[in-house]
Design a binder for this molecule. Structure first.
Ligand SMILES: Nc1ncnc2c1ncn2[C@@H]1O[C@H](COP(=O)(O)OP(=O)(O)OP(=O)(O)O)[C@@H](O)[C@H]1O
Ligand SMILES: [Mg+2]
Length: 220
């Protein structure tokens, strides 16, 4: 059965491929295309929804979000033999590689912008949105990632208020910070492969909620 989800990385840093190579039984198709971004043009003819995960600030959770949304959506579509439905593109976290991001946006239907709840991320995120995303006219959503509930809600509320004040669409779903996500990249696991315990279920729930809210997987 052809995979319902395809994950592509165009990040030359290639941490995605490092991660993906470590995963046994990837729940989606995967390829690394930073050297041949023109290959993305085939996506136009697949009929699949193409989602670009972008933020030119490094380390905000683009790769984590891409792989785990891919895994959750693939899980949701399990057993439905409808061919390729969703493509997730992981993009570089640097200004130098803006041309690669622009190439991916040519084929995108929407954009997901992960952002941590910290002031240092505000300006770089704003730059990506104002200079790169908004000019495309594509629908986008900013998603707060890496919020640690143990830190209290002040930073989260400040970040939500900042996003709302900019007039950017914001996902209600917040991706909480869990060690299990940080460890996953080392262990080569995506969220659908985490051990079945309470923390892992909560970690999974965040991506499930986000996928549902974004309407990926047909159950929104
Ligand atoms: N919700 C989270 N909980 C715990 N750790 C997280 C979470 N999101 C991201 N991380 C960790 O933060 C680090 C950076 O995340 P990630 O690699 O996904 O960011 P990125 O935006 O893809 O970075 P780059 O710009 O370098 O590509 C990783 O070690 C990852 O495991
Ligand atoms: Mg990355």
């Amino acid at each position: 059965m052809p995979a319902s989800v395809y994950v592509v990385s165009i990040d030359p840093q290639a941490s995605t491929v490092w991660w993906a190579n470590r995963i046994n039984d990837l729940p989606f198709d995967f390829s690394q295309e930073h050297e041949t971004p023109e290959n993305l043009a085939v996506l136009k003819d697949t009929g699949a929804q193409v989602h670009v995960v972008a933020n030119q600030k490094g380390g905000v959770g683009k790769t984590t979000t891409t792989l785990n949304l891919g895994a959750i959506v693939s899980d949701t579509l399990k057993g439905q033999d409808k061919g390729l439905q969703h493509v997730f593109i992981d993009t570089p976290g640097s200004l130098q590689d803006e041309n690669l991001l622009l190439e991916a946006l040519k084929y995108a239907h929407d954009v997901i912008i992960p952002m941590p709840p910290e002031g240092l991320a505000f300006d770089p995120t704003a730059r990506t949105i104002q200079k790169v995303i908004e000019p495309t006219g594509l629908p986008f959503k900013v998603t707060v990632n890496n919020w640690d509930p143990r830190d209290g809600t002040a930073d989260l509320e400040d970040t939500k208020a900042y996003i709302d004040a900019q007039g950017w669409p914001r996902a209600e779903a917040v991706i909480r910070r869990y060690k299990v996500h940080t460890r996953a990249s080392v262990e080569g696991k995506v969220v659908t492969q985490y051990p079945k315990n309470r923390v892992a279920m909560e970690a999974r729930e965040d991506f499930f909620r986000l996928a549902l809210e974004l309407g990926y997987g047909g159950r929104s």
